[in-house]
Ligand binder design. Structure first.
Ligand SMILES: Nc1ncnc2c1ncn2[C@@H]1O[C@H](COP(=O)(O)OP(=O)(O)OP(=O)(O)O)[C@@H](O)[C@H]1O
Ligand SMILES: Nc1ccn([C@@H]2O[C@H](COP(=O)(O)O)[C@@H](O)[C@H]2O)c(=O)n1
Length: 420
């Protein structure tokens, strides 16, 4: 059992742990010998009788892992006593790609006996979750970490204990380590693979796969220009794309395409791995439609790959814009098998004016759109991610003038770039 655990949690003793409390990350590491370091800040915040645990969700099946991570939170919130606090946490090998394992930090502030250990030991026996408990040494200063293993019928602590020590803020935000082909997909095959693996638990995935084009069709360059309009919700994409269609006698398409509408709400409930694969595939279906329409007329597209990647990147990372993968990172590169538009326009708008337009439209918002409203940092991350995507990069246009002025501005850009 210990061997199996080790291979699922590679290089245990080299791992760094990150706990997110009140939106700020606290990093700690583990080591076999104590060298006089003080306890990490997250442990110094604990009260004398607090007990704490880390739960890491990890299995060889990444679909199962991604789904169980969300389910675990619901289960814990439902079953834990009210004295317990839950925070997101992760464990990773600094700068090592795909090494991130996500989980939760659990603080149990209940005095006396608590059902928490029973609940956690049940979890370790039946679910893909690894639990560590922490205890204070006799000197009352140092804390040690104990990884639980499960025997035939009972959960026990593995013999090895590690001292917890503070760790530096890593060079790359931990969430960026697993982004490629988990949050953002760079090929039709990678996104397809995720949906294929979900087929038995999400039957709708098979219906989506049936609509997919061949790899060649998603890349074919059409004869006429292809102009993509991007921007946050209510920046005026619908208004502008419809005017462009009329003015240029163009075809108007969108991503995700109409044919995916019946399944969109279903995939919006899924964890990022599955949800983002669905939107990625939407772009390939739209690309095939662009190829067809672009033989006859110019094509205007309402959202495309910039939206898929920018929202995915901005959601995977928390905190300020500096936590995003650096400018020029491969994360921002266009998928090599996806049709490249002739021009991508990003509509930008002052947040207050955007809110005013949202209110005057009076429609419901998706969870992600509500998040944009409530969370200024998220909005800044989405906008910055849009700007960093290359191949093609987007051209920003101020969307605050009247609808007609915005249209004229974009027509100028199109005529300059696409010779229409
Ligand atoms: N240039 C403009 N000046 C003032 N109001 C505008 C302008 N462009 C659009 N609007 C209004 O703002 C609201 C949002 O516009 P629109 O629906 O075109 O945005 P959108 O980007 O397509 O939104 P979503 O992505 O949420 O569908 C609408 O009520 C629209 O009439
Ligand atoms: N190409 C796309 C388009 C959309 N998304 C996701 O959908 C949300 C916004 O869609 P609207 O229909 O409200 O404009 C946004 O939260 C994106 O996550 C996408 O990923 N790719």
């Amino acid at each position: 059992m210990a061997g199996r655990m080790k291979s699922l949690l590679p290089r245990w003793s080299s791992r760094v742990f990150s706990v997110e409390l009140d939106g700020a990350p606290f990093y700690f590491a583990i080591q076999e010998k104590h060298r006089g370091e003080e306890a990490p800040r997250v442990f110094r915040k604990l009260q004398t009788h607090d007990r704490c645990y880390t739960l890491l969700v990890c299995s060889r099946d990444r679909i199962k892992t991604a789904r169980f991570y969300g389910e675990l939170k619901d289960k814990l919130l439902r079953e834990l006593p009210p004295e317990c606090g839950l925070s997101p946490m992760s464990s990773f090998l600094p700068n090592v790609r795909d090494s991130l394992i996500k989980g939760y930090f659990l603080k149990d502030a209940s005095e006396g006996s608590s059902p928490v250990e029973r609940l956690l030991s049940d979890l370790t026996q039946h679910e893909p979750v690894f639990v560590c408990s922490y205890s204070k040494n006799d000197d009352g200063q140092q804390w040690t970490q104990h990884l639980w293993s499960h025997g035939e019928s009972q959960v026990m602590e593995t013999a090895k204990k590690y001292y917890v020590v503070p760790s530096e803020t890593p060079e790359y935000h931990p969430s960026t380590l697993n982004m490629i082909n988990s949050d953002v997909f760079y090929s039709l095959d990678e996104a397809c693979e995720v949906l294929k693996k979900c087929g038995d638990i999400i039957p709708e995935a098979m219906s989506v796969l049936e609509l997919l084009p061949s790899r060649v069709e998603a890349r074919n360059k059409p004869d006429f220009p292809v102009i993509v309009i991007e921007g946050l919700d209510a920046t005026g994409k619908t208004t502008l794309t419809e005017s462009l269609r009329e003015t240029l006698g163009a075809s108007l398409l969108r991503s995700p395409p109409q044919c995916l509408s019946p399944w969109r709400a279903r995939f919006d409930q899924e964890p990022p791995l599955i949800r983002r694969a669905f939107y990625a595939l939407g772009n390939y279906i739209t690309a095939e439609q662009i190829g067809q329409e672009g033989k006859k007329t110019p094509v205007i597209v309402d959202r495309f790959w910039h939206s898929t990647a920018a929202y995915a990147i901005a959601t995977a990372v928390s905190g300020p814009v500096c936590n995003l993968p650096g400018e020029g990172s491969e994360v921002y590169c266009w998928p090599s098998d996806l049709l490249q538009p002739s021009l991508v326009v990003l509509l930008t708008l002052d947040p207050e004016e955007r809110k005013r337009r949202l209110r005057s439209r009076g429609q419901g918002e998706t969870n992600e759109e509500q998040e944009l409203d409530h969370n200024q940092l998220f909005r800044l991350r989405v906008e910055e991610a849009y700007r960093r995507i290359s191949g093609p990069a987007c051209v920003s246009v101020d969307a605050s003038p009247s609808a007609d002025q915005v249209l004229q501005q974009v027509l100028l850009l199109i005529r300059g770039k696409c010779h229409l």
